[in-house]
Design a binder for this molecule. Sequence first.
Ligand SMILES: [Zn+2]
Length: 303
Amino acid sequence: MPRAKRSKQYRKLMGQFSMGWGFREPYQVLVDADFIAEANKCKMDLVRRLEDTLHGQVKPMITQCSMRHLYGRKSEPGVQAAIEQAKTHFERRRCGHHPDEYPEPLSALECVHSVVDPKDNAVNKHRYVCAINDDAVRADLRRVAGTPLIYIRRSVMIMEPMATVSAKIRSKDEKSKFRAELKTPGSKRKREDEEDSDEGDEEEDENAPTKTATTDQPEKKKNKKPYGHKEPNPLAVKKKKSNSTSDKQGSKTPKAREAGAVAKETWDTEAPKRKRIRKHKSGVSTSVENAAEASTAEAHEEN
Ligand SMILES: [Zn+2]
């Protein structure tokens, strides 16, 4: 394929990953030992070629195990240069496979998979672009939806077409978006918001919300039930992205996301208070959620 055509195709592809999975610059590119060794062997300007391919800024990363693989291959052509490059320009991705515990580094397959899909539930949690020359590893990562895959063949950097799992989710997503537009915006919007917060809870901590719900929040539990029937996934994930882009932009790390959730929580607890006062004074009946609080406020004032 001619270079220009390929480039155009890659830009479109990254656009789809951005829309569907929230990829943002600088793209975090996880590189394996084979990839960086091959790039140096054929004297490729690796970072620049990655930026050309992805049409954006990149942040190259390499795991501790991959570094150990490189050290083990020092004598091979290009590998010494690869080590120098990784040491000076790449961020070290802590995979946690420390030599004390793992006298031998994990295979690229095991290590990369554990970093890309930490819960082993086919989710590319940190939105890594994977630059991997090991065919078996790429085959494995094709099952993780929303994972752009890059490799080098005959001195050419190539991005794989979207894997089938990803493409399926994408088209499903587009269909549901279309259906959403046909519905009344008001009711749909509300449902989306509820789904978002639902999903957020699950991400933040998996057990707590259901426990509290069963003990002291029967109403909430009732609300939750219908969502349990649904597939947990692309719909909610996608909506989240398109709805709160500003939130997403800053949230590269789980910590940042957590902070966002906390901020949202404080907002949620504060908002009803203000509402309650206003509504009480004007005598407007409150929503179900605020009713309890309003009545306690009333009782308080009467005393
Ligand atoms: Zn590792």
